[in-house]
Design a protein around this ligand. Structure first.
Ligand code: FES
Length: 496
């Protein structure tokens, strides 16, 4: 059915005056039906039909913006009104093109029907006449079926969903790597890339250093925060933007530097604040450190950092959190008789609010992002720390087929009832592709037996082992014997 618009609405949509619409009607460029204009006709004459001048739409956007709670969650769900309007403009133009093409196709079919009728009248050979009649009937039936179709077929439903997704989130493809991610809500391109597990270059994350500079090859961005770092006129002309200060309005192709190995990451020193510490057992403590807003730690999941207290004591510890939240870093600290670092923490000499220097990242125990093979993680005791980082990063990437976590907690059973235990049980409950095997009191032979029974063809898996050398090295040897190649084995040796 043809959709009709009043002259006022037509003028508003086209971004012109009513007088201009009337002028076009007088010149015969626009046709009216009982004082209204067909949408298809308006789109034909004004293919760039804009929503910019629609006061009603602007008012709705303002009301929505004012009504949104100012929580972080809400900010990450909905794009800003300006971005939404920009995306709607893009979609309206795409829709206009489709509608125009569809109506042209319909007109063509009408014309074909008329021509077939004419042919019927002049055809003299019976066989030709029968063929023409058959074709005309077929065409009439199918056109009628099309007119009567009132529900969306599956393809149309997918298109409708895609349209909604495009409205809520823009897709960014990074070259040369070809990896892509979605920018949602009011996120910057950089924030979205970190959340998605990519390792785009950045430094301050606040527009000062220029490290996040990247080139927009196609698509539209919008600045969401002012930045002090000056882009030259030439850089702007070439399409360079700061990914920490811009969001994606439309789908983008972005030329950007990415860290592909630990060697591509710079060594950093950051003074972080101890936000919380929690005694998980008499000998194990969890730490939550937070970096300044303008300086988060770039690291790869599974890496370590050196923590230095004000008194100079240090400990090199695996980071127990995901690089996708690079400001909030978690660690597990074990009480050790000859460790001044542990003594200061367990002796309450370091308290929340104190500063701790973080140096790093360190180590090469990282996720192999080149394979989607099922990944098997075997943690002994506090070895759960780097596993958590790896698994959370793997989930961010959304590219690993299946996860299987074994956790042997002999001597650290208290962990199972604490936050680390709740975390892995929550994953098991929430994810179909996540399997958890808890082995509280299992000895090494039992762990090996379970592992090899559950994975009779281990060579098709990727294994990550973390714990004391006396536990993980014999296990790695058993896996090698079963044909697991060296490049599919990663070991993180932790002190007993
Ligand atoms: S990360 Fe420093 S300017 Fe963007």
């Amino acid at each position: 059915m043809t959709q009709l618009l009043s002259l006022s609405r037509s003028a508003r949509l086209a971004g012109v005056t009513r007088a201009e619409i009337q002028r076009r009607i007088r010149r015969g460029e626009l046709t009216t039906f009982e004082g209204e204009i067909a949408v298809s006709d308006l789109l034909r004459v004004f293919p760039q039909v804009s929503l910019d001048n629609d006061d009603a739409l602007e008012r709705v956007q303002r009301i929505k913006a004012a009504a949104l709670p100012r929580s972080h969650e809400a900010d990450t769900v909905l794009p800003s009104p300006e971005v939404l309007v920009s995306r709607l403009k893009g979609m309206s133009e795409a829709l206009a093109a489709k509608v125009t093409a569809l109506e042209a196709a319909q007109a063509l079919l009408d014309e074909v029907a008329v021509r077939l009728t004419n042919l019927e009248q002049v055809a003299s050979q019976p066989a030709l006449l029968a063929g023409i009649q058959e074709l005309a009937d077929w065409l009439a039936q199918n056109r009628q079926a099309l007119r009567e179709r009132t529900t969306l077929d599956r393809k149309a439903q997918v298109l409708a969903r895609d349209s909604l997704l495009r409205l809520m989130a823009a897709s960014v493809k990074v070259i040369p790597s070809g990896r892509d991610f979605l920018v949602e809500g009011n996120e910057s391109i950089l924030e979205a890339s970190v959340r998605a597990g990519l390792h785009l270059a950045y430094g301050c994350a606040s527009g000062n250093c220029g490290s996040c500079k990247a080139r927009v090859i196609s698509g539209e961005v919008r600045k969401i925060r002012e930045h002090d770092y000056p882009l030259s006129g030439r850089e702007k002309e070439m399409g360079y933007v700061l990914t920490c200060a811009n969001t994606a309005v439309t789908d983008l192709v972005l030329e950007a530097a990415e860290a592909l190995s630990v060697d591509d990451l710079p060594r950093q020193e950051i003074r972080a604040t101890l936000r919380a510490r929690e005694l998980l057992s008499p000998d194990l403590m969890s730490l939550h450190l937070q970096t300044p807003r303008t300086q988060s730690l770039r690291f790869m999941a599974g890496q370590r950092a050196l923590l230095r207290l004000e008194d100079g004591s240090t400990a090199e510890l695996p980071i127990a959190s995901c690089p996708c939240d690079a400001r909030n870093l978690h660690f597990l600290v074990r009480r050790r008789p000859r460790s001044p670092f542990a003594a200061a923490l367990f002796g309450n000499q370091v308290r929340p609010g104190d500063l701790i220097l973080i140096e790093g990242p360190l180590g090469r125990f990282v996720l192999d992002e080149t394979t989607s093979a099922p990944a098997v993680f075997v943690a002994f005791g506090a070895g759960i720390a780097p596993m958590r980082s790896l698994i959370e990063h793997g989930l961010s990437l959304d590219s690993i087929e299946a996860f299987h976590l074994y956790w042997q907690t002999s001597g650290d059973d208290a962990l199972l009832g604490q936050e680390p235990g709740r975390w892995c049980r929550a994953l098991q409950d929430a994810l179909d592709n996540f399997r958890l095997t808890l082995l509280p009191d299992a000895g090494l032979p039992e762990v090996r037996e379970r592992l090899l029974t559950d994975h009779p063809e281990p060579a098709s898996r990727r294994f990550y082992l973390a714990g004391p050398a006396g536990s993980i090295e014999p296990l790695a040897a058993a896996l090698r014997e079963r044909g697991v190649p060296e490049h599919r084995l990663s070991l993180e040796v932790l002190d007993d």
